[in-house]
Design a binder for this molecule. Structure first.
Ligand SMILES: [Zn+2]
Length: 126
């Protein structure tokens, strides 16, 4: 049974968790959990219901995990991103001179990896 709970709207133009463009709205706590435990539980525990902007990936990572504060949710996502992108983040840095010595095809792949590493690092540091 889904009820219309009163979530406070705290959405903005960036993913609260990683700084990317948001394509979704995260319900904190998840609607499924509020449905399951009942709204009275959250009132009694003084857990606010908040809507927050999130990118697809962050929202997907949170799923319906029982995490009730934005800071705890953010930390949970950062740990998940670190684990998920462990290989990319472990990529060594390359000097320009080293890149020039590679074949075009290999350099292309290395540069894509470095861009991905940079992008994911920014999201984790957000
Ligand atoms: Zn995000």
């Amino acid at each position: 049974m889904r009820t219309n709970f009163q979530y406070k709207d705290r959405t903005s133009s960036i993913c609260y968790y990683c700084g990317e463009l948001p394509q979704s709205v995260d319900h904190c706590p998840a609607i499924a959990e509020v449905d399951r435990k009942g709204i009275e539980y959250f009132k009694k525990e003084r857990i606010p219901l908040i809507l927050i902007s999130a990118c697809y990936e962050c929202n997907q990572i949170l799923s319906d995990h029982s995490i009730h504060t934005l800071s705890a949710r953010k930390l949970f996502i950062k740990k998940a991103l670190l684990k998920k992108y462990k290989k990319i983040l472990a990529m060594p840095t390359w000097e320009e001179e080293e890149l020039r010595e590679l074949s075009d095809e290999l350099r292309y792949h290395v540069e894509i990896g470095l861009k991905a590493k940079s992008a994911i690092s920014l999201r984790i540091l957000w």
